[in-house]
Design a protein around this ligand. Structure first.
Ligand SMILES: *Cc1c(COP(=O)(O)O)cnc(C)c1O
Length: 376
């Protein structure tokens, strides 16, 4: 039998897991409140696609709903169904990828709101409304320059072919390509395009900004904003200090310690050679857990018992393990079974992202399924 969302049984990896991922739900809620305050009187929704960026859609969405969030965005229909199972009908759930052929009745059954991204989806939804003489809730997306989702310039002339007699969209939206670069010329251009295109769907709420767009200013807020990564502690303003609260702490367990002599090498490819006698700790987290091989020899971890002492990651990250230099910690105080913080206040997802030449989003959504997720 096929598995429903969430893909992974969260009870599978418990106290025996090699890593514990602490997710601070109160920090997510604080981030939500600070964004909501920033955009008021606009509404703040929440993007919980991709299992809430790897942190767990069910606990995250429940916490946000309790904190007053009324509108949620997911990417896939299955994510929407899973979310509807835990949220009452009064919460709006938008499915960003739109309505695939033949799934219309599933949307209606679960009170899901498709974002209609092309003319065919619009035509199908409007005829459904006509057939049932009911304007079922849906949003319409325009492409304002990103050439990704939404109705583009090439389809605008076809809008007249849509039967608008019954169907009236409840949201018109678009998405910014360069919002994390405030001075990028594309931002202003997309804003102007959005002002023009949204008039094609009059008397309708509108939405343009995701996390970074919120920080471009009030002109970008419209009626509802759609933050994702900022809720989860990622920096929406990469050129400036992070205004959001850190949400996660990833703690790896020590599975072995050893002493090595000067001249010994460490790990695959012998990419590190000891310059002195050292003590090492093997941690039960590797690239199969989404902890990239690109971090090899680049970052440091920290022991909660000795937060001031950086523990350098030495050699390559293996599939299931990584190696830390614990030479500078008192020998009796660090033993097998102890936990070491790998991601957290000392080393943020954005810092890690820089080391791997990527963005915090990819660090979050790669967080492995073998971690025991603990919600605080
Ligand atoms: C993923 C997504 C968001 C959220 O983006 P963040 O940068 O994480 O805030 C908002 N809108 C759309 C259309 C998206 O695909």
């Amino acid at each position: 039998m096929s598995q429903p969302y969430p893909f992974i049984d969260p009870t599978l990896f418990t106290q025996h897991a090699g890593g514990e991922l602490y997710v601070d739900l109160s920090a997510i809620v604080q981030n939500y409140h600070s964004l909501q305050k920033k955009v008021a009187p606009a509404q703040c929704g929440a993007v919980v696609k991709a299992n809430a960026y790897g942190l767990g859609m069910v606990p995250v969405a429940k916490a946000l709903a309790k904190a007053g969030c009324k509108e949620f965005f997911v990417a896939h229909l299955d994510e929407g169904i899973a979310l509807r199972n835990i949220l009452g009908k009064e919460y709006l759930i938008y499915v960003l990828h739109g309505v695939p052929y033949g799934t219309e009745s599933i949307f209606l059954k679960h009170y899901l709101i498709p974002i209609l991204n092309d003319i065919h989806q619009l035509q199908r939804w409007s005829s459904l409304c006509k057939d049932h003489q009911t304007s079922y809730a849906a949003g319409v997306q325009f492409d304002t320059g990103m050439s990704r989702f939404g109705i583009g310039q090439d389809e605008l002339s076809n809008l007249q072919q849509v039967d608008w007699s019954i169907f009236h969209p409840i949201l018109v939206m678009s998405h910014l390509a360069c919002a994390d670069t405030p001075n990028h010329i594309a931002n202003q251009h997309q804003l102007e395009q959005f002002h023009i295109l949204k008039q094609l769907i009059p008397n309708c709420r509108s939405s343009l900004a995701a996390s970074s767009g919120i920080f471009l200013g009030n002109d970008w807020h419209f009626d509802i904003v759609r933050p994702g990564v900022a809720l989860y502690g990622g920096n929406p303003t990469p050129s400036q200090p992070n205004p959001m609260k850190n949400v996660i702490s990833l703690q790896g367990k020590i599975i072995q310690t050893r002493h090595i002599s000067k001249g010994a090498f460490i790990g695959y490819g012998a990419s590190f050679t000891a310059t002195k006698d050292m003590r090492l700790a093997l941690i039960s987290i590797g690239y199969a857990d989404g902890f990239f091989r690109a971090f090899s020899n680049k970052i440091s971890a920290t022991s909660p018992k000795f937060p001031g002492t950086p523990l350098a990651l030495l050699g390559r990250v293996s599939m299931d393990s990584l190696c830390l230099d614990i030479t500078n910690l008192p020998e009796v105080a660090i033993q097998v079974g102890d936990k070491i913080e790998i991601i957290g206040d000392h080393c943020s997802i954005d810092t890690l992202a820089q080391e791997a030449d990527t963005i915090g989003y990819e660090i979050l959504t790669s967080l492995g399924n073998r971690y025991h997720r603990i919600y605080t």
